[in-house]
Design a protein around this ligand. Structure first.
Ligand code: TZP
Ligand code: MG
Length: 228
């Protein structure tokens, strides 16, 4: 897959905790979400052992490949390498970006979580392909979110990237759902340097119809609001 052509518009991050996934199968949820138009998938799993993760990642990769959508693995470069998927997403407490790049090579996608100017600068100049900017709004999905930056924080960081003429792609994450997706996406686009997409967990994984939820979110991301 040519990573320069990846579409980050609607980026699904998985979660298999019962409170979010319920009794559904994560691979079935991802396939439904892909049918609904998800453009990028991250397999995020904090509880399974390595063997289980590799098995699930292989099943997920078979599905994402059918839709020509990249599969990225949260934290675990070893699993991305063993599955041969398109890349990884790393946080500030994971393996550092330079080492990850050495291990994965230039063709793979590396995304980095960033919540302040220092982190945005280090990741964007250090060769990240995209930034996951957040946490935007309070969320039940992630424990220990470092800081809630709000839409104003998001705009500030996008403004910084614009000033520094960075070409890094950007998605925002944290509490994004159908009621705020348009505001986040299109307020940010009032700046020249706009977001490339939104990243969501519960708005799709916990939805009664992951396919319908994905279709609705994609529409909000793609359709500029009409101001009266
Ligand atoms: N990183 C920052 S917030 C978050 C992650 C993985 C979880 C977002 O979950 P949700 O359900 O979309 O708020
Ligand atoms: Mg991490």
């Amino acid at each position: 897959m040519d990573k320069s052509k990846v579409d980050y518009s609607l980026y699904l991050v998985t979660d298999s905790t019962p409170a979010i996934l319920g009794s559904k199968d994560i691979v079935a949820v991802v396939e439904a979400a892909l049918k609904g138009g998800v453009t990028c998938v991250q397999y995020r799993e904090k509880h399974a052992d390595t063997g289980e993760m590799v098995a699930t990642a292989k099943r997920l990769h078979a599905v994402t490949q059918k839709y020509n959508v990249p599969l990225l693995i949260n934290d675990r470069i070893d699993i991305a390498l063993s599955v041969g998927c398109e890349g990884v997403h790393i946080g500030q407490d994971d393996l550092d970006l330079a080492t990850a790049r050495k291990l994965l090579g230039d063709d793979k996608i590396i995304g980095v979580t960033a919540c302040n100017v220092e982190e945005v600068e280090a990741a964007s100049t250090g060769g990240a392909d995209y930034l996951g900017i957040g946490t935007v709004f309070a969320t039940q999905t992630k424990e220990n979110t470092k800081s809630i930056i709000g839409v104003s924080g998001l705009q500030y960081l996008l403004g910084y990237l614009r000033t520094s003429k960075s070409k890094v792609k950007t998605v925002c994450i944290g509490g994004i759902n159908a009621s705020n997706a348009s505001r986040v996406m299109w307020q940010s686009s009032s700046l020249d340097r706009s977001l490339d997409g939104i990243a969501v967990v519960s708005a799709i994984v916990a939805a009664s119809s992951p396919e319908g939820a994905s279709r609705e979110l994609l529409k909000l991301v793609k359709t500029p609001p009409v101001f009266a």
